[in-house]
Each structure stands twice: as structure tokens, then as C-alpha cells.
Design a protein around this ligand. Structure first.
Ligand SMILES: [Zn+2]
Ligand SMILES: [Zn+2]
Length: 277
């Protein structure tokens, strides 16, 4: 790729980054410019249910925005910097989520499912102690809530589908619901809804840096998306540190090009356009 468009990145304001770790928006911009990134969206975590219910520390929206505005000035002409947000489980607190989106406007909104009703995050869930049937039920609830979130629709990019797979694998669970064999069956309604409603499907490259060793979703599901008529994709490294910005994008681009994808979605004030990659 000549230029990178990283639409999923986290600054040190994200609630899952411990104090003293992570990167400032300025550090992220410097790294992005060095790597040849044309557009960077800062999309700090806002798992709105967890924040409102007190499980996660609140996101300091004003502080993130202040850093973004300052960096936008400093790097004008060298990097397009977008004010985004990774909105987790908007459907769990739809009123508060809508108010937040209205208040800040945003350039781009990522729609994520990190949890389903009754759990905080797959990352913090003890999956080992669940029976196989309970794990399958949890997985199916994940898919059902994703579909519900697509119906709700107050976001632009559907992020990292297959997210729980990472945590099943991390906990050494090998009898995970068989995505390879049943991926199409599981994901067909979701993919059809993404296409019907004009969402963009994210290629999240964080899996390339982790135990999964593949993008979220993987080649098989992107192939299925293409087969069903899906064309709108975005790249997101899901970096929690400046050094990971745009990581794995060449590998991901090669995979997506080989499947026939030609364009990526870019956003400005939540208006989507397509550019070749
Ligand atoms: Zn996420
Ligand atoms: Zn993220």
C-alpha cells in the first residue's frame, strides 16, 4: 500500500490502558506520519454500559478532543486526523449513546460488541469454567446482539467481528464454536445486514499480532462478504500504542486485494466516501 488509512487507534485516554502506558495523540501522529499514514482516526474506547454502570473508568472526552485539536493544528498538511470513537454496546444504553454522539458529532463512529448483557467483556470473562453448551450460547448471544446493534445503527464501521474468538483461544479453548466450518451460517444474517444498511466492515489487524494469527474477521469471512456483495471495508490496527499504528496493513491489503476488494471507506463528519487502496 502506498498510503495507509488507520481508522482504529487508541490513545492513553482509553480506559483499558493502565496509567503511565499508551501514547498521547501527538505521539500517535508522529508515528503515523513516519509510517506513511494519510489518515488516522483516534477512536478511544467508550463501552458505554460499563462506564455508566461503573465497571470502567469514564473516558475524558474533552481531554481527548483537546489533544486531537492541538495535533490537527500541529500536523496540518501532513496528516488528516479524525476525531472518532469506539462505541461499545450502544444498544445497552441507547439514550446515553445517542446523546453522546449528538454532543460530539465525530468524524467516524466504530460500533463494537465487547460484551453481551450479563457479562462485562469477553476479555474478562472466565470462559474455561463454562460448559461447552454455555460457551455456544454465549457465542450465539454475541451474534444476536451484533445483529441488534446493526438494526439500531448509530455507527459507521462494524469492528472486529469474531472478537470473542481471541479470548476463547487465549484461554486455551479448542472446542470453540467452529467458525471455520460454520462461519457462513453464523455470519450470513450479519453480513447481509451490513450490506443492506450501508455499513463498512472493518479489517482489524490486531489479530495478526496475537494468538489468532489472522485478521478479524479472517479471509474466509471477507470472501463471504465479497460474495454476498459487500464492498465497503476499512483498516484498523486497533493500536493501544503509537508503534502499532498501521501494523499488519500490507498483509491485510494483500489478502483483501486477492479477494477482489478495491476500495476502502474513508469518513469526514461521518460522511463516507470510497478511495482505491
Ligand atoms: Zn474493540
Ligand atoms: Zn479498539
Amino acid at each position: 500500500m502506498n498510503k495507509y488509512y488507520d481508522y482504529h487507534s487508541h490513545s492513553y485516554f482509553s480506559g483499558d490502558i493502565p496509567a503511565g502506558r499508551g501514547s498521547s495523540v501527538r505521539e500517535m501522529c508522529l508515528s503515523a506520519i513516519e509510517k506513511g499514514v494519510a489518515e488516522l482516526a483516534v477512536t478511544d474506547h467508550c463501552d458505554i454500559d460499563g462506564i455508566i454502570d461503573g465497571y470502567f473508568k469514564p473516558l475524558d472526552h474533552e481531554a481527548v478532543l483537546a489533544e486531537i485539536l492541538a495535533a490537527r493544528e500541529e500536523f496540518r498538511g501532513r496528516l488528516k486526523l479524525l476525531h472518532g470513537i469506539e462505541l461499545g454496546q450502544g444498544i445497552h444504553k441507547p439514550k446515553e449513546a445517542s446523546e453522546l454522539l449528538e454532543k460530539y458529532g465525530y468524524d467516524v463512529v466504530l460500533g463494537s460488541v465487547h460484551a453481551v448483557r450479563g457479562i462485562i467483556d469477553f476479555a474478562d470473562t472466565d470462559l474455561i469454567s463454562l460448559s461447552k453448551n454455555e460457551r455456544i450460547t454465549l457465542w450465539e448471544r454475541y451474534l444476536a446482539e451484533m445483529l441488534e446493534m446493526l438494526e439500531w445503527g448509530k455507527f459507521d464501521i462494524l469492528t472486529h467481528i469474531t472478537y470473542p474468538k481471541r479470548y476463547f483461544l487465549k484461554q486455551g479453548i479448542t472446542d470453540f464454536p467452529d467458525i471455520a466450518g460454520r462461519g457462513k451460517e453464523y455470519f450470513e444474517p450479519i453480513i447481509k445486514k451490513v450490506i443492506e444498511k450501508g455499513f463498512t466492515l472493518e479489517c482489524n489487524t490486531s489479530g495478526l499480532r496475537q494468538i489468532m494469527g489472522e485478521c478479524l474477521p479472517n479471509r474466509e469471512l471477507f470472501g463471504f462478504y465479497y460474495e454476498l456483495g459487500g464492498r465497503d471495508i476499512s483498516f484498523g490496527a486497533d493500536s493501544h500504542n503509537a508503534r502499532d499504528i498501521a501494523a499488519g496493513f500490507d498483509t491485510a491489503a494483500e489478502m483483501l486485494k486477492s479477494l477482489g476488494f478495491k476500495y476502502i471507506s474513508v469518513f469526514d463528519g461521518r460522511q463516507k466516501s470510497r478511495i482505491p487502496f
